[in-house]
Design a protein. Structure first.
Length: 134
């Protein structure tokens, strides 16, 4: 099993969509825990509603590419529409931040909307993550 932490975010019916993503992942994966949610200002493209952000810790038997494709299928089920503005509004965003106990996002420490919820999971559950300095 591979341990992973994914970030979750939404600014279109955010509580409804984050709860729906959590429910799907609890049903379909080896879901371990979720962080608290925080409200953050948009990053990159600022002319949009604030985001609700959190993180989920789970384990999977899938390889990275297969699991990432699975997350994109969950986004699609929750009506995520990809458009030209990558930083634009969205129903749901699920991104792998920690994979196999290592931080894989280069700007992890620069983005509070990722770092804060992920750090909560790491510290609450005493996870040993390579590259983490809390």
């Amino acid at each position: 099993m591979t341990s992973t932490i994914i970030s979750v975010g939404s600014n279109i019916e955010p509580q409804k969509n984050c709860d729906a993503a959590e429910s799907i992942l609890q049903t379909e994966t080896d879901f371990k825990a979720s962080s608290s949610y925080i409200i953050t200002k948009p990053w990159g493209y600022t002319d949009q509603a604030d985001f609700l952000n959190g993180a989920f810790w789970l384990e999977t038997q899938s390889d990275f590419d297969t699991f990432n494709m699975y997350l994109k299928s969950v986004e699609k089920r929750l009506d995520r529409i990809k458009h030209g503005n990558k930083a634009g509004p969205r129903t749901i965003d699920l991104d792998i931040v920690i994979w196999d106990n290592a931080i894989i996002v280069a700007d992890f420490y620069d983005k509070d909307f990722v770092r804060v919820p992920v750090t909560e999971l790491i510290e609450t559950h005493h996870l040993n993550i390579r590259g983490y300095s809390g």
